[in-house]
Design a protein around this ligand. Sequence first.
Ligand code: SF4
Length: 256
Amino acid sequence: MNTETFVGALEAFQDRWVCRATLSPCTIGQCIRKQWFLAKNFPFSNRSSAQGILAFERGTNMQPIAYDILQSMGAKVSPDVRLSPELAAQIGCERGAVDGLFFIEDKEEPEDTGLWLLEVKVLGAWGYLSFIEKGLTVTDPFDVVYIDQVQSYLLALSTVFPLKGCLFLVFCADPSGTNWIATKIKKWSSPPPPLCVAKYALNPDTAGEAVARAKQVSWLRDNVDDPRDVPRDYDPMKPDKPCSYCGFLYLCKEAQ
Ligand code: SF4
């Protein structure tokens, strides 16, 4: 056993990622062509890095801490709520699971008393500080994925629950490094908190656009077999996100 063995074992996590071929709200905001590759079950043309896998897994593993924090505040939490096939179909998807639902009686902000959808993420230093400053933005390709995810879940679940909205809870992946960037580079007067929340209400227009994207991907999956005939939302020749993190980068470039 050595570091390489462990890193290799971590990299192999991606081989057990399943259900890629079924449409889900967590992918709706991704590039249309990437979703088509996923829906067609293409093998990844380039492997995810161990760092990327760790970042992904960290989000899932922070969920229990989020539940504990909410419960300590008096909330009643239902973790890991799955959409029924009928609810998923209402938003153009075939599956879906939210990080949780919770009911809270908020004495400090009584208007927040009620039932909420919970989404938990872990962000690196720059993404985390950007979230504190601006929340989720439509100019960041990764934020767009989260926005469409939140809105499509809100649309589906609001048909069966009286939801107040979504509480988007973000943990900082590296508090000490982030503190250093915030105070030394950004010149903040004090270090940021180790977690940050934002509340999002259902926006029917954004949710409707997300559903339309899901239906577009579904149609493309069933009717198109050549990646050249599938639109893409980004330029894979630019060494920037999201293409630089896309598992189909080489395939996409090859197809033109
Ligand atoms: S490389 Fe970029 S444009 Fe191509 S499928 Fe991936 S995200 Fe889309």
